[in-house]
Design a protein around this ligand. Sequence first.
Ligand code: GAR
Length: 207
Amino acid sequence: MKNIVILISGRGSNMQALVNARISGARIAAVISNRPDAYGLDWAKAQGIHTVTVDHTQYANRAEFDAALADAIDQFRPDLLILAGFMRILGAEFTQRYAGRLFNIHPSLLPAFPGLHTHQRAIDAGCKVAGCTVHFVTAELDHGPIVSQAVVPILNDDTAQSLAQRVLAAEHRIYPEAVSDFVQGHLRVEGMRVINTRLSDHSSGRP
Ligand code: GAR
């Protein structure tokens, strides 16, 4: 059984999708938030999941917060640490500590639109499609080997809100699937590429 720890900062709808998926071979050991008022914490508690708050405002700097967060996480011996709407930038020491077992979901088709306001930026750039990306986390923000992506259309009358809703539905679909593939041992990282052996293509007609 693989231990999973999920980090959130707010609503936690991706965390809910991960919990509700009841991924075979995995148990959600804890949900940790940097904000005591995160709605997702109440939801997780109501499911009987262990919850912890590590309030970033109580630490003098990023390094101290990262160290306290890592201490809280390590009590649960995670095989996989999942960022699900966790809105703090993590330092290089932290990302190194969990290298190869740290996932993030980002609401754009990376490497396009790292950072914030992804939906408005995609609309303003005239893109015809948008989407979301699950990736291994490295020290560079919203960068790292891509595990999976989903594409949705951008419609003529889309606002950032309507597009965000469409993308979020795709997030809820691909995040549990990507975590399941990790847990089942289907993922192999080769540089920036992630080979998913579950999806090996036997029908490409290559010699
Ligand atoms: C999601 O759309 C997620 O992709 C995004 O925040 C939202 C959190 O929603 N994450 C980022 O922008 C990280 N760079 P949720 O709390 O309901 O899962």
